[in-house]
Design a protein around this ligand. Structure first.
Ligand code: SAH
Length: 473
């Protein structure tokens, strides 16, 4: 019998997929007509649940199913702290105990290293250290980008996109963000209502207010508010600034970003300062960083400090090394490394981030860190071929898509003693480590860090050493 849409099966959830959906395998039916081992992906079910699930979309060996009923809840199931956890989809793991979330993430990384990277499971068990979890897995994000829409009653709403749609569900107080987000949204939206500001509508391309970017420096308590608008200005910006600065403690900068393109990209290119300063500051591990609205800055400062310390310790610097920090952002890792290296060279694609990086070096009295704007896969080969640069250690911290081939092959030609890879996507990490292993590097150490509690995302740090044993592809 083929599995059909709307059929209901009882299934034990034994695993969770990369997107957080529960995975269960059908038992052979007593009647003998269901394919044994047929896999169901059940959204909102967690490992250990016994559930009844309704088939939504059936394929040859697997189907997507909807959770109909939890027959026996998993011992690791917890009540989500956020009432919108299921609707929102931003926190795919909120119904799983934090301890099990960590186990899930550790396993996810190892599975990718095995499946995509070709590493041996027993070997990974030996070299991977215990995952590093968060002490407080809520309210940890220092940045929020909140979409604004129009509710059924015609009033402005702020919240999150429901599922895969672009309908906004009102929630001004996401539990991953700081409590100030809600206060700021209340002030801003009231002000916009009073002044006839409409929300941007994606289909027609009309309306003014699109998103609100809020950043907070956790150690300095400085706050930046930056509405993204489909136009040049908001009415009575000065009066709005007055309100924000009067009511929000720590208010440091009020800026307006213009994005008049019909695109999914949140920020436009132009940002204008209305009041205060155009950057906020934060400190990590004794270093002070200035962050501008366009720059990447790690969203979870408490865990970031642990990650940077790990990267630094695995870099094993003595003060004599030349180090390259690729995808350096505002120079955070670079400046950590510079304190123990002869020289550090950072490369980053976003010009504003490099401006921040240079300022940050100066601010911290660090003179042996140098920064280049450009894509790593372009800058590194060019510098290697034209300037004959060298590296004792290379640190990379790429975005989810990982490193480009040209970047990896240049790293191999530069042949640093060690490579430290900080990754936010273990699938591309595994792919890249395979290339580096084939090029003569061996995996020495690895560790998972949970930067994104409640979500399926996971950060990982890996250290590789040159061993000269090139493997065949
Ligand atoms: N190491 C930094 C930033 C890591 S995020 C930190 O910990 O804060 C990745 C960074 O890579 C972002 O700043 C992004 O702008 C940058 N980036 C993306 N693609 C790039 C490329 N091809 N070359 C160089 N930098 C890139």
């Amino acid at each position: 019998m083929n599995i059909q849409k709307n059929q209901i099966f009882k299934v034990k959830i034994t695993d969770m997929g990369a997107d957080g959906a529960g995975i269960g395998h059908l038992e052979p039916e007593r009647k003998g007509d269901v394919q044994a081992g047929y896999t169901l992906f059940v959204k909102d079910a967690v490992i250990g649940d016994l559930v009844r699930a309704r088939i939504v979309k059936a394929k040859k060996g697997y189907a997507f199913a909807r959770l109909e009923e939890i027959v026996t809840p998993s011992p690791d199931r917890v009540r989500p702290a956020c009432p919108y956890a299921r609707q929102c989809g931003g926190c795919q793991l909120q119904a799983l105990s934090y301890e099990k979330q960590l186990e899930f993430k550790d396993r996810k990384v190892k599975n990718n290293l095995i499946r995509i990277g070709g590493f041996d499971g027993d070997f990974l068990e030996q070299i991977m250290e215990k995952p590093v979890g968060m002490e407080h897995p809520f309210r940890y994000r220092n940045k929020a980008q909140i979409p604004i829409g129009t509710g059924k009653d015609g009033r402005l709403t702020a919240g999150f996109y429901a599922g895969r749609t672009h309908t906004i569900i009102e929630n001004r107080d996401c539990l991953l963000g700081v409590p100030e987000n809600k206060e700021i949204l209340d002030i801003l939206l009231d002000f916009c209502e009073e002044n006839g500001v409409s929300a941007y509508d994606e289909t027609s391309g009309r309306g003014l207010l699109r998103h609100v970017l809020i950043r907070k420096g956790f150690s300095t308590r400085q706050i930046m508010v930056c509405p993204v608008i489909n136009g040049k200005a908001l009415p009575k910006e000065e009066a709005l600034a007055d309100r924000l600065f009067a009511k929000i403690p720590g208010m440091t900068g009020f800026l307006i970003n213009s994005n008049t393109e019909m695109t999914n990209v949140i920020m436009g290119e132009r940002t204008r300062l209305v009041r205060g300063r155009d950057c906020i500051e934060d400190t990590i591990g004794g270093l002070t960083f200035s962050v501008s609205p366009h720059s990447f800055y790690q969203v979870n400062p408490a865990q970031t400090e642990k990650i940077y310390s790990q990267a630094l310790s695995w870099a094993q610097l003595t003060g004599r090394e030349t180090v390259w920090d690729l995808y350096c952002g505002i120079g955070t890792i670079s400046l950590f490394l510079a304190q123990r290296a002869k020289a550090v060279y950072g490369v980053e694609a976003v010009p504003q981030a490099i401006e921040d990086a240079r300022k940050n070096a100066q601010k911290n009295g660090i003179s042996n860190a140098h920064f280049y704007v450009g894509e790593a896969e372009e800058v590194l080969p060019r510098m290697f071929e034209q300037e004959g640069i060298s590296a004792d250690v290379i640190v990379v911290d790429p975005p989810r898509k990982g490193c480009m081939e040209a970047c990896l092959s240049t790293m191999l030609r530069m042949r640093p003693e060690r490579i430290v890879y900080v990754s936010c996507d273990s699938a591309t990490l595994a792919r890249d480590l395979k290339v580096l292993t084939e090029g003569g590097y061996e995996l020495v150490r690895g560790r998972v860090f949970d930067n994104f509690g409640q979500s399926v995302h996971v950060e990982c740090v890996i250290m590789m050493q040159y061993c000269g044993k090139e493997k065949k592809k």
